[in-house]
Design a protein around this ligand. Structure first.
Ligand code: HSE
Length: 419
C-alpha cells in the first residue's frame, strides 16, 4: 500500500481525496497497489470538511511521518512551499505539486535536490491537460519548434464573455473569482504572471531554458477594451491571452501577452475557461491539447495521475526532461529583438494635422502600416486603430513612447501583438 499526505487540503486537495476513493478500483488496478490518503494539512482545523483522513495544522506531522511515501504539496505560494518540499525531499519522500509559481522560480534547484526521488508536477500547467507528459515523454524524439497556447482559464473566460456578451471587465473578473477559476490574487491571472509561470515550466522541458519570470515579456489583459474587441471582430481576429515559446536558430523567445489571433485558427476557437496548447515538433508537426485548465476535479485528475505513476514505478525520468544539458545550448532571445505584427489604439484629439503627425512617427521608426481605421469617440476625440506589418519590438516601444508624449494624444496607446 502507498500512503499519501496532502499539504493544503482546499478545493484541489479535497478532489484528490475524493478521486482516490471514487475511482479506487481502476486506480489500484493501474498502479498495481492500493493508494490511500493518510493525512492532510489544513489551516483551520475547526472547519467541517467531511473527509475521512487525519487532519492536522502542522506540516511536520506529514513530513516526519515515516509511513508517508508521497507528499502532495497544494498549499500554493513560493517561499513556504519551497521549504516544505525541500524538507519532504530531505526526508526521502516523493513529491507531487500543482504549484506553478514555486516551479517558475525553483524548478532547477528542486531537480538537483530530488536526484533519484520522484518529483512530479503535471497539474502545474493547464490543470487537467496532460501537457507535461506529452512534451516530456510523448514528443521527446523532437526538437520543439514552438509552443503557443491559452494557459490561463480566468483570462480566457473573461475575454470570451467580453467578446460574446459585451460584459464589462470588472463584472466578469468578479464572476471568474466566484466560480473559483482565479488565483487568490487575481493580478496573477489578469497580469499574465500565472500563464508566464506555466510557460517557463514548458520552456524548460522543451528547450532546457532556465529563465525566471522577470527575464521574459509578460503583459496581461487589463488594458483591453470594447474598442479593441470591435477592431478584432471587424478584421477577423479573436483576442486571447497567449503564452508563446518560439525557437529561432539558437535563441528561444518566451512571451505572454494579449494577442490578436485569426478567427480561423484552432486556438481562436477555444472559449470560456478552457485551455488549449499547440506544440510543433520538427518530426511530428503540429499537435494540439485541449481541456479544463482549472477547477478541483480537473486539476486533481493530473495530481492523481502523478501519484499513480510514482506508485507504479518510482522514479522513471529526469524531472525537467533532460538527463544531461543539450549541446549547443539554446539561449533566451532578448525581449526587444522579438518580431511581430502589432495593433495600436491611439486616442487623439480630432483636429487637423493629427493623422499626418502620427503617420510621420511611424515612418521615422521604420514601421509600416497595414490597416487603419478612425472611429469617433466623442465630439472632439477619436480612436485611431492601426495594424502594422512585421516590426521589431524595440522600434514599436520607442514609437509608443514618442506618440504618448504628443499633446494631442489623450493616453498611452494600447498595443496588442498579432500572431
Ligand atoms: N488561475 C488559473 C487559471 C488556475 O485561471 O487558469 C489554474 O492554474
Amino acid at each position: 500500500m502507498i500512503k499519501v499526505g496532502i499539504i493544503g487540503v482546499g478545493t484541489v486537495g479535497t478532489s484528490v481525496v475524493q478521486i482516490l476513493k471514487d475511482n479506487a478500483d481502476v486506480i489500484s488496478a493501474r498502479a498495481g497497489v492500493d493508494i490511500i490518503v493518510k493525512s492532510g494539512v489544513v489551516k483551520n482545523l475547526s472547519k467541517e470538511r467531511g473527509l475521512d483522513i487525519l487532519l492536522t495544522d502542522n506540516a511536520d506531522d506529514i513530513l516526519n511521518d515515516s509511513e508517508i511515501d508521497i507528499v502532495v504539496e497544494l498549499m500554493g505560494g513560493v517561499d513556504e512551499a519551497f521549504e516544505v518540499v525541500k524538507k519532504a525531499l530531505a526526508n526521502k519522500k516523493a513529491v507531487v505539486t500543482a504549484n506553478k509559481a514555486l516551479l517558475a522560480y525553483h524548478r532547477y534547484e528542486l531537480q538537483d535536490m530530488a536526484k533519484d526521488l520522484a518529483f512530479e508536477y503535471e497539474a502545474s500547467v493547464a490543470g487537467g491537460i496532460p501537457i507535461i507528459n506529452a512534451l516530456r515523454d510523448g514528443l521527446s524524439a523532437n526538437h520543439i519548434e514552438s509552443i503557443m497556447g491559452i494557459m490561463n482559464g480566468t483570462c480566457n473566460y473573461m475575454m470570451t464573455k467580453m467578446t460574446n456578451e459585451g460584459v464589462a471587465y470588472d463584472a466578469i473578473l468578479k464572476e471568474a473569482q466566484e466560480l473559483g477559476y482565479a488565483e487568490a490574487d487575481p493580478t496573477f491571472d489578469v497580469g499574465g504572471f500565472d500563464a508566464a509561470h506555466k510557460l517557463l515550466i514548458l520552456a524548460s522541458i522543451a528547450y532546457g531554458i532556465d529563465a525566471k519570470p522577470e527575464d521574459i515579456l509578460i503583459e496581461g489583459i487589463q488594458n483591453i477594451s470594447q474598442d479593441d474587441i470591435t477592431f478584432a471582430k471587424e478584421f477577423g481576429y479573436a483576442i486571447k491571452l497567449l503564452g508563446i515559446a518560439k525557437k529561432d536558430g539558437n535563441e528561444v523567445e518566451l512571451r505572454v501577452h494579449a494577442s490578436l489571433v485569426p478567427q480561423e485558427k484552432m486556438i481562436a476557437k477555444i472559449d470560456g475557461v478552457m485551455n488549449g496548447i499547440s506544440v510543433v515538433g520538427d518530426k511530428v508537426g503540429e499537435t494540439l491539447y485541449y481541456g479544463a485548465g482549472a477547477g478541483g476535479n480537473a486539476t486533481a485528475s493530473a495530481v492523481v495521475a502523478n501519484i499513480i505513476d510514482i506508485a507504479r514505478s518510482g522514479k522513471t525520468r529526469p524531472m525537467l526532461g533532460f538527463d544531461k544539458p543539450l549541446e549547443g545550448k539554446l539561449t533566451l532571445k532578448p525581449t526587444d529583438k522579438i518580431e511581430s505584427k502589432y495593433y495600436l489604439r491611439i486616442n487623439v484629439s480630432d483636429k487637423a494635422g493629427v493623422l499626418a503627425r502620427i503617420t510621420k512617427i511611424f515612418e521615422d521608426n521604420n514601421i509600416s502600416i497595414e490597416t487603419m481605421l478612425q472611429r469617433p469617440c466623442s465630439a472632439d476625440s477619436a480612436n485611431l486603430l492601426i495594424s502594422t506589418h512585421i516590426s521589431v519590438e524595440r522600434d514599436i516601444q520607442n514609437m509608443i513612447k514618442q506618440i504618448a508624449s504628443l499633446d494631442f494624444v489623450n493616453f498611452t496607446p494600447v498595443m496588442i501583438r498579432i500572431v
